[in-house]
Design a protein around this ligand. Sequence first.
Ligand SMILES: Nc1ncnc2c1ncn2[C@@H]1O[C@H](COP(=O)(O)OP(=O)(O)OP(=O)(O)O)[C@@H](O)[C@H]1O
Ligand SMILES: [Mg+2]
Length: 230
Amino acid sequence: MLDVTNLSSGYGDVEVLHDINFSVESEIFAVLGANGAGKSTLLMTLAKLLPLRGGSLTWQGTDVTQTRAYDLTAAGIAYVPQEHNVFPDLSVAENLSLGGLVGTRPKDERLAEVYDLFPRLADRKNQFAGSLSGGEGQMLAVGRALMQDPKLILLDEPSAGLSPKFVDILFEKIADARANRGVSIVLAEQNAVKTLEVADRVLVLSLGQQHLLEDAKALDRKQLMEAYHI
Ligand SMILES: Nc1ncnc2c1ncn2[C@@H]1O[C@H](COP(=O)(O)OP(=O)(O)OP(=O)(O)O)[C@@H](O)[C@H]1O
Ligand SMILES: [Mg+2]
């Protein structure tokens, strides 16, 4: 689906990611790595919110290296940032509704599906998004991405700051979205243990370098720990 070839990226004069190569198929594709490894930079580059410095991106056979972010959204890629991923002054329903501006299926149908997946959001549909708990806010961010009827979601560290119970619920929902809606997911995470439970394949970044690309089940724990400098 998404082919990444010799990608490099960064900010100003600083190159953060160097020569990254992988393809995302119909799967949950995890991106693991320590703080500052470059996970968010990679997802922002894939979403075209940061320009590539080198290399190319292909989406479903079309070169999208120069494509603008909003055209990529229309082509079926949804992006959920690590932080500030909901509109705090809008209600839950309004946030979801904004996601529904992309795509063609009736909005009500999609809204019903998201409320079915996250009943907590249905209970709080008239509440301001800014007054949700951390876990509820992450559910809303994922729900809004699903409202776009995407083929691929770029999901940046959804478990950050959540209690273990909420992490369990959220990962269950991510696996559910993958299994029952056929959406592929690039999942950037710190939480290696939970991520390896749901991921098909794993890319491990270490200081902006591609340290390892492996089937989740075959991942060598020692190599994983090396990437975290443990
Ligand atoms: N806006 C920016 N300007 C300059 N450097 C940045 C910027 N954002 C990130 N960086 C640098 O890029 C590197 C990678 O950061 P990035 O946020 O991609 O890491 P991460 O793997 O997502 O970390 P975390 O797990 O803490 O979210 C870091 O060295 C960081 O300081
Ligand atoms: Mg990050």
